[in-house]
Design a protein around this ligand. Sequence first.
Ligand SMILES: O=P(O)(O)OC[C@H]1O[C@H](OP(=O)(O)OP(=O)(O)O)[C@H](O)[C@@H]1O
Length: 194
Amino acid sequence: MGTKDRGPRPRADPDAQLLSDLRAAFRWLSDRTDDRYAAEPTGWWADASILRRLGPALAEPSRGSVISHVVGPESRGGLLGALVALELDVGLVELRKDPEPSTDSDRWLTARTPPDYQDRNLRLGLRRDLLPSGSRVLFVDDWIDTGGQAVAARKIVESAGATWCGASVIVDALTDARLRRHLAVNSIFRERDL
Ligand SMILES: O=P(O)(O)OC[C@H]1O[C@H](OP(=O)(O)OP(=O)(O)O)[C@H](O)[C@@H]1O
């Protein structure tokens, strides 16, 4: 059979390609003296071709939903949140760690996390005037581990009178399926697939 008879070359599956590129650019860090492993995902945004695909991939599950704001926790949630907000054509509201009001009239909504992946009870907060009641929020982050930060984020969103529409993350390391459902988590992949 000649080459003409073979038909078009099958196109590479873009999702499979993104997964494989994310895996290739990721490292676990560890010391010989310590059995702890730390995720090192910064190669993902150091690579222009991965960076370009992250916003569309994280926005994809929300394409059919009405989203008015993206909320991203400091620091990587802010970085990725901006990419997703651009894709969905909405604004990004920063979720800060230990926010300090600049003036008395600078109102923040805050909540403390249950112990997170580093056993921290972080105080997270966002500026009240940036998230009007009735907003429809998509939470964006690189990684969800215990879900502690996302749980606190949901409390804050709801205390603003806004609706939590879900969480979009690159890696889902949750061990609690009920929490995954409660937070409506979509991920590019599970930690076990790294
Ligand atoms: O599910 P959890 O147990 O709450 O943990 C997940 C969070 O922890 C990491 O952020 P970190 O606070 O390390 O800050 P970073 O974004 O600056 O890395 C990660 O980016 C998530 O925000």
